[in-house]
Write a protein that binds this ligand. Structure first.
Ligand code: 4AD
Ligand code: MG
Length: 445
């Protein structure tokens, strides 16, 4: 057996004999030629057997292999521009085939399948090229997030997953029985982050986040991954400056590292190339004006109805979609109505009906990918807001303490990994941006 190599490295082995180990993605034969499209997790390459060269027995064994059978192939690498594959440009002239397991009839064939069927077979579906490409981009996004933050002085701090109280809102909590006391799966690590910055300055939490969302939209999961940077002495403007650098870095890193994957997804990359600072910034007031203007100018009665909005309402996805169509970069919307947002956000001075909050809306209709704010630094106001919120103030004693022992102005935000991945990949639904999605009525596999 020749050296085992990975398909991603195949260009380094032009003219050499190598061994690949993996799975059969597809198979065709034509007379004395057998084409085995093989994948090994890192890429996809066409391997070609010529009957007179490898002999009848091996040729027949190769022909018997079914889709997704596991196997080893030994052969000689040769450059060929027309060869299909990822990274492409090379094929393998087979000298030996070693079947490992001949797969049962594989349920996912190249024909069309319904989404429910594919979701039931998610454990197999992740082998398909578009899913494979999406999940590889997800890994790049996660690494880019960590690299950027680690390199810019943010300390990674893990925050608890089992918590005594709501962090974001009381309507989407998953309750767990914590030794006969109610506990809740974390909706955010933010409140703990706020304690952490008083010890470390700039931190980030990065972990799974849980929301018992009863809504069945393409933008909501019940379990998703969120990265939450939190910074002492940061204003809302500082926050926007940082976010646009951060998001641009993530997108540019994917463009650099995942060309092949973006190609598999047929993603129009020109819209991603534009993602560089600065991003446009508009207030909530201006956003509402823009929406009303769209309503006035459109002849589309359905759209008019969908975009109905009263000052004070939170945006739904049609609002976000129409707004973002007006920009070719992500757009910051700041100073939302206080009543529409979480309890911890600082009211705007002289105008307490709006707060120092900012959401970032992705272009091409992808909607909110980050949500953040300046946090209330004042003890009395924070206690009052907790009271109004209608939760057990006792659970927030430690959080209020932070305003007693060296309180400082501070800000932070959360970025949803799946929303970001789905936007970058141009995919229609968040369920494809995470290996095993958890949604309303979906916990399998
Ligand atoms: O806007 P959210 O709810 O903000 C917070 O949780 C803050 N405590 C974050 C902070 O300031 N540290 O959530 C932040 C982001 C959203 O912009 C969205 O990208 C994502 O998390 N997100 C979801 N992603 C998938 N499914 C859901 N159900 C999501 N809910 C929020
Ligand atoms: Mg939000």
């Amino acid at each position: 057996m020749a050296d085992v190599i990975q398909i991603k490295d195949i260009a380094n082995y032009d003219g050499q004999e190598i061994t690949l180990q993996g799975w059969l993605y597809n198979k065709t034969h034509k007379g004395k030629l057998l084409f085995l499209l093989m994948r090994d997790g890192t890429g996809l390459v066409q391997c070609v057997a010529f009957r007179p060269e490898i002999g009848d027995e091996l040729f027949e064994a190769g022909k018997e292999l079914t889709q997704e059978s596991s196997l080893r192939i030994t052969g000689t690498v040769r450059a060929d521009d027309r060869a299909p594959g990822v990274p492409g440009g090379f094929e393998v002239g087979i000298t030996a085939i070693e079947p490992i397991q001949v797969a049962d009839e594989y349920p996912i064939t190249p024909k069309e399948h319904g989404t429910e069927f594919l979701m039931d077979n998610r454990h197999l579906w992740i082998r398909s090229s578009m899913q494979w490409a999406t999940l590889r981009i997800r890994a790049t996004v996660i690494k880019a997030i960590r690299d950027f933050l680690d390199d810019h002085g943010y300390l990674n701090m893990d925050t608890p997953i089992i918590t005594p109280t709501a962090g974001e809102n009381t309507t989407s909590l998953f309750e767990v029985d914590y030794f006969e006391e109610p506990g809740y799966l974390a909706q955010t690590g933010q409140l703990y982050n706020e304690a952490n910055i008083m010890a470390f300055g700039k931190v980030y939490a990065f972990g799974p986040t849980f929301r018992a969302e009863k809504s069945k939209t393409r933008r909501h999961l019940t379990e998703f991954w969120m990265v939450e940077p939190e910074m002492a002495f940061f204003s809302l403007e500082d926050l926007m400056d940082m976010e646009e650098q951060f998001i641009s870095y993530i997108v540019q890193t994917v463009l650099e590292k995942n060309k092949a994957e973006l190609e598999i997804l047929e993603r129009d990359t020109t819209s991603l190339e534009r993602i560089t600072p600065p991003f446009p910034r508009i207030s909530y007031d201006e956003a509402v004006e823009r929406l009303n203007k769209i309503r006035e100018e459109t002849d589309d009665e359905e759209l008019k109805e969908l975009l109905k909005i009263e000052w004070g309402d939170d945006f739904g996805s049609p609002h976000e979609t129409e707004l973002t169509k007006q920009f070719d970069k992500p757009v910051f919307v700041y100073h939302y109505p206080t009543a529409a947002k979480a309890f911890y956000m600082t009211p705007v001075e002289g105008r307490p009906e709006v707060c120092r909050s900012v959401d970032l809306l992705a272009p091409e209709g992808y909607g909110e990918i980050t949500g953040g704010s300046e946090r209330i630094p004042d003890v009395d106001l924070l206690m009052q807001r907790i009271e109004e919120y209608g939760v057990n103030a006792d659970h927030y004693r430690w959080y209020v303490d932070l305003r007693r022992y060296g309180s400082v102005p501070h800000s932070g935000f959360g970025l949803g990994v799946e929303r970001t991945v789905s936007w970058i990949c141009g995919s229609g639904h968040l369920r494809e941006a995470i290996p095993y999605p958890r949604m309303l009525k979906r916990m399998y596999p």
